[in-house]
Design a protein around this ligand. Structure first.
Ligand code: GCU
Length: 421
């Protein structure tokens, strides 16, 4: 009886804590103190890029691994590659389309990632955009030859996705986000895969890549082991392993990008894996580019409640307790330095805290300066639709939470300026 009463009280208290309305009022942002980027845990001041790389970067990376995204518990490379389909005159004859299946085996379990590529036909190896998609490869371009995903995906009634299964109705449904023809015309390839191939986006750890690492009797990752976002980022690194073997791809010019939860994923993939040449985060919000300690819009408490599987178990302790967080998202951006990073917000997407997304880039800029690079130099965000281009780039676009043509146009320019050069 006593236990029942205690648990009822706990449920009630967590309801009160987590059901707090999101704050959208700048004057209600709590006073917060960001952990310093350029002072190491032992108190040493970081003054040079070498000190940053040697003394500071690794300790920040470990904090994000152990307290937020979760550690990858072991090594696993693809065990086989299947060429499912190839066509040398896709996109009006301008590109090669290839569909590849990457197999992973361990613990008597198997998963596979279906990778779709469009590569412009040029004599030289090409730069590519690599990003996961939400709803299957068939949504990224209106091309009847793309295989429809079998993976569990989130429902989308507009695209006829009910019961978490895609049908032909979703073909090309998100083509505006990927601009395949525009990329090809700019000499950039596209490589994509469905996030559900790596781990279905639902609150359990019984499918996808996680169980492949379980010890006997284990049913979920340990508190410091990977959640779903870290698993997706792991998948991006495995696709990178594969791309390093593709002769038409310039593996030094692979730009990882993503929208929203997959924008959080792109940031973590780029922070953890230095092979990515640049990172683009579109409307990534809480757990992505937005500073957590501002608690503006979506908070750690609300994200952990709505999506308990995204981050590791240890991250739960910071819900409604941002002051205790030993890092903040400006440090995630700084982990990408000196590689270029683009952070984008949308004005109507206050849930993602556009100002907090800008500020993390602004505060991270001091690390870029150690490398003689420029980023976001003003503490005030720019006007709507006025991109700032630098090693840390930023824009806030008018309109809603999405990846629109305006966003993509800036990303192409950014990559031309800072990656292709
Ligand atoms: C929700 C979630 C966000 C996330 C977004 C998305 O809005 O709260 O954190 O970025 O979904 O992935 O679309």
């Amino acid at each position: 009886m006593k236990a029942l009463i205690i648990s009822l009280i706990l449920v009630f208290l967590s309801f009160i804590l987590f059901s707090q309305e999101a704050n959208y009022d700048e004057s209600e942002v709590p006073d917060y103190k960001l952990p310093q980027l350029l002072v190491s845990k032992s108190g040493k001041e970081i003054k040079t890029k070498n000190q940053w790389l040697k003394d500071r970067r690794a300790e920040i990376l470990i904090d994000f691994q152990e307290e937020m995204f979760g550690r990858v518990p072991g090594e696993l490379k693809f065990s086989g590659i299947g060429l499912m389909e190839e066509n040398n005159s896709a996109v009006n004859g301008k590109a090669v389309r290839r569909q590849i299946r990457l197999f992973f085996n361990r613990n008597e379990k198997e998963i596979y990632i279906d990778v779709l590529m469009y590569l412009p036909k040029t004599p030289k190896p090409v730069p590519v955009f690599l990003g996961l998609n939400f709803l299957g490869n068939q949504t990224v371009y209106n091309d009847p030859e793309i295989y429809i995903t079998n993976s569990y995906i989130i429902n989308n009634s507009e695209l006829g996705i009910t019961e978490h299964k895609a049908t032909g109705q979703s073909r090309g449904g998100k083509a505006y986000r990927w601009g395949v023809e525009k990329l090809i015309n700019s000499g950039i390839g596209l490589v994509t895969a469905c996030c559900g191939d790596i781990d279905p986006d639902r609150d359990d750890f019984i499918d996808g890549v996680h169980p492949m690492f379980y010890k006997e009797g284990q049913t979920e990752p340990l508190p410091d082991e990977w959640g779903t976002i870290a698993a997706w980022a792991w998948g991006l690194s495995r696709i990178m392993d594969y791309l390093e073997t593709v002769k038409e791809v310039d593996s030094e010019k692979i730009v990882v990008l993503g929208h929203s939860r997959l924008g959080k994923t792109a940031l973590w993939a780029g922070a953890a894996d230095q092979r990515f040449a640049a990172v683009i985060s579109n409307d990534s919000g809480c757990g992505g580019a937005a500073l957590s300690k501002r608690a503006f819009g979506e908070t750690i408490g609300s994200i952990n409640q709505a999506f308990p599987h995204w981050f590791c178990g240890n991250f739960k302790k910071y819900g409604n307790n941002e002051a205790e967080l030993p890092f903040d998202q400006h440090m995630l951006i700084a982990l990408i330095a000196p590689r270029p990073v683009y952070i984008a917000s949308a004005f109507d997407d206050q849930w993602a805290d556009p100002k907090g997304e800008y500020l993390s880039g602004y505060y991270a800029t001091e690390v870029y300066r150690l490398f003689g690079l420029k980023g976001l130099e003003s503490p005030d965000p720019p006007q709507i639709n006025s991109p700032i281009m630098g090693s840390v780039s930023y824009h806030i676009r008018e309109g809603e939470h999405d990846l629109k043509e305006f966003d993509l146009d800036q990303y192409i320019k950014f990559v031309e300026l800072f990656v292709i050069k």
